[in-house]
Design a protein around this ligand. Structure first.
Ligand SMILES: *Cc1c(COP(=O)(O)O)cnc(C)c1O
Length: 395
């Protein structure tokens, strides 16, 4: 019999029914240290009192009206994001892929409005992940996500990540924009060098291209800055965010400068649920918390402690771990053993982490963790590494 749920996921046989801070509890009551945070979504951990209050208070007022009317929560969150970023304006959707769809449409529409409808190509980077819609799988360019879904949506030209000459060579009369994750998540925690991002900014300026950052995973405090591109000291024209901004409530946004957004006039884009009052209430509470004095500093501090501890772990278990990547609380361990097996074993030691491409295990803990949680994680990672070492010796 076909399962009642479409079997598109390889799910682990465990269900979490409750969460508290950086912990989740399974049906059998077992407690797990959550260093996956729902793939960088539960930015403030589970059941954060401030988010619970924001959501329940809004739930008692009004859930949904429609973008046919003003939505005060959208205006409030947009104003706060404008205050803290390069952006002048934004569109709210429900997911990362939708935020990227808006970014892609905006970039094309910008050149169309400038009298260049032929400029609709977007240069993307190998190892990218931008979502699972037809346009975003074309942007991501990964064969495994494109196979069997008809012709790849046109207008995406892919170049190797970190290669500047390849980008220059790929720019042509049809190019509209560059789209890059400042830190690749699914692709294996590869961070673009600050000089590389600055060079891309310069290339865009010289060629009249828009620079689009996908900060769906690396944004909202994850790397120790509010947005990862701040480490490079430059700004994009358009930026997609999602995951962490909702803290677990589905939402996304496409932020832009007034210039980049100038052609997105009434009727050019829309969403039924996007910017729903419930999502806006939670998003505002998340952003206020992350931008409160000291919060980003805490991420940097605990992130440095985690890095330092992980470096020690790698030195202790060189046959299991080979490399440490990432920044802040977006860290990756490249493994010398299969990452999927490692994550499964780690779960037996009551800790969650997330596999990524390039045989990396991602550590994306809630941003609220402290050094005691790091020590707990190190114990679970160390025990798991030993299990692999013992298995090798026995073989
Ligand atoms: C998760 C992710 C997306 C897609 O977000 P969805 O909410 O799953 O549509 C896009 N880009 C990056 C970098 C991501 O990590």
């Amino acid at each position: 019999m076909f399962p009642s749920l479409l079997p598109t996921y390889n799910r682990a046989d465990v269900a979490f029914v409750r969460g508290e801070g950086p912990y989740v509890f399974a049906e059998d009551g077992r407690r797990y240290l959550d260093f996956g945070a729902g793939v960088a979504v539960n930015s403030l951990g589970h059941a954060h009192p401030r988010l619970v209050a924001a959501l329940t208070e809004q739930a008692g007022r009004i859930w949904h009206t429609s973008n046919l009317y003003r939505i005060p929560g959208q205006e409030k969150l947009a104003d706060l994001l404008v205050r803290h970023t390069f952006a002048d304006t934004m569109f709210f959707g429900n997911s990362g892929a939708e935020a990227l769809e808006c970014a892609i449409k905006m970039a094309r529409r910008y050149h169309y409005a400038n009298g260049h409808p032929e400029r609709f190509h977007i240069i993307t980077f190998e190892g990218a992940f931008h979502g699972r819609t037809l346009a975003t799988i074309a942007a991501g360019g990964q064969a495994k996500y494109l196979e069997g879904f008809g012709p790849k949506a046109p207008g995406f030209d892919q170049v190797p990540f970190g290669d500047l000459k390849a980008v220059k060579d790929a720019i042509g009369p049809e190019t509209a924009a560059l789209l890059i994750e400042p830190v690749q998540g699914e692709g294996g925690l590869r961070a673009a060098a600050p000089e590389y991002l600055r060079a891309l900014r310069k290339l865009c300026d010289e060629n009249g291209l828009l620079l689009i950052f996908d900060e769906v995973q690396c944004g909202v405090g994850r790397t120790g800055k509010l947005f990862a591109h701040e480490h490079a000291g430059i700004t994009p024209d358009i930026m997609a965010i999602a995951k962490g901004i909702g803290g677990g409530f589905p939402m996304g946004a496409c932020l832009a400068t007034a210039e980049a957004a100038k052609a997105m006039v009434a009727g050019t884009h829309g969403s039924t649920f996007g910017g729903n009052p419930l999502a806006m209430a939670v998003g505002h509470a998340v952003l206020e918390t992350v931008t409160a004095p000291g919060f980003l500093g805490h991420i940097e501090q605990v992130g440095n402690y985690l890095r330092q501890q992980l470096a020690g772990l790698i030195a202790e278990h060189p046959t299991v771990f080979s490399e440490l990547r990432g920044q802040g609380l977006m860290l990756g361990l490249k493994l010398a053993v299969p990452n999927g097996d490692f994550v499964n074993r780690l779960r037996e030691h009551a800790m969650l982490a997330i596999p990524a491409g390039d045989n990396v295990v991602r550590l994306l803990p809630p941003l609220i963790i402290d050094e005691s949680h790091v020590r707990e994680a190190m114990a679970a990672l160390g025990e798991t590494a030993k299990a692999f070492e013992n298995a090798t010796e026995a073989a």
